[in-house]
Design a binder for this molecule. Structure first.
Ligand code: FES
Length: 229
């Protein structure tokens, strides 16, 4: 989308700097919308636009504060004098393929898969970088101490934007550690839902095969009208 931005300030525009270039954009836009408005073609760094997918990590400064702050660009409104850019939209970080089926003790295994987890130096930079307000540092310590339930709960709203990764002086990828804890907690420690297990067994026994076949035979229009009925 290419829309030219205003050339000068009006009562309804704010002056921003996007990747080093000044623009006037309508107030109330999010950082992502401001980028579209000024003709930036975004092929990466855009996803759900709802703060869920973590595709739009960005960094910005404001005139009052030289400190570089982090945000999700789809969730943060532009303000006068803001200077911003999307980050790389992806930070290379070491993803480990965890084979939970073969694992006996995920609380010990984390030290083999993510040995740096135990090296947190408490600087808290990860927590300050998190646009979702997660207490990331505490979550990493929960992982190191095997307190997966509390750790998994802390990381529940993590969207894997990876803004915590480049700021860690101990080279921990806190988002990956959090994801590992959430998975391990679900597989090994959470109480299993008896209703869900019973339903899965029914599905495997073919109890719903006829309904499923009937659904597959419907046209798109029929599915929509049924779902609206
Ligand atoms: S686009 Fe999905 S979180 Fe911003």
């Amino acid at each position: 989308m290419t829309v030219s931005s205003a050339k000068e300030k009006t009562s309804h525009t704010v002056k921003v700097e996007i990747m080093g270039k000044q623009h006037y954009v309508p107030e109330g836009l999010t950082m992502l919308q401001a980028m579209w408005h000024t003709g930036h073609e975004l092929t990466r760094g855009v996803g759900c636009l709802g703060g869920i997918c973590g595709a739009c990590p960005s960094k910005y400064t404001t005139p009052e504060d030289a400190k570089i702050k982090t945000a999700l660009a789809c969730q943060t409104q532009v303000e006068e004098g803001m200077s911003f850019s999307l980050t790389a939209a992806y930070y290379p970080n070491r993803k480990v393929v965890s084979d939970f089926k073969k694992m006996e003790d995920p609380k010990q295994e984390i030290f083999r898969l993510y040995p740096e987890t135990a090296l947190c130096r408490n600087c808290d930079a990860c927590t300050r970088a998190c646009p979702k307000g997660i207490d990331v540092r505490t979550g990493v310590w929960k992982a190191a101490f095997g307190q997966f339930k509390e750790g998994a709960d802390l990381f529940l709203s993590c969207v894997m934007c990876s803004l915590c990764v480049p700021v860690c002086i101990a080279d921990i990828a806190p988002n990956q550690v959090g994801l590992y804890m959430r998975r391990a907690q679900g597989i090994f420690f959470n109480e299993k839902s008896s209703h869900l297990l019973a339903r899965l067994e029914e599905i495997e026994q073919g109890k719903f095969d006829a309904e499923w076949e009937q659904l597959l035979s419907l046209s798109d229009e029929a599915i929509i009208s049924k779902s609206l009925a």
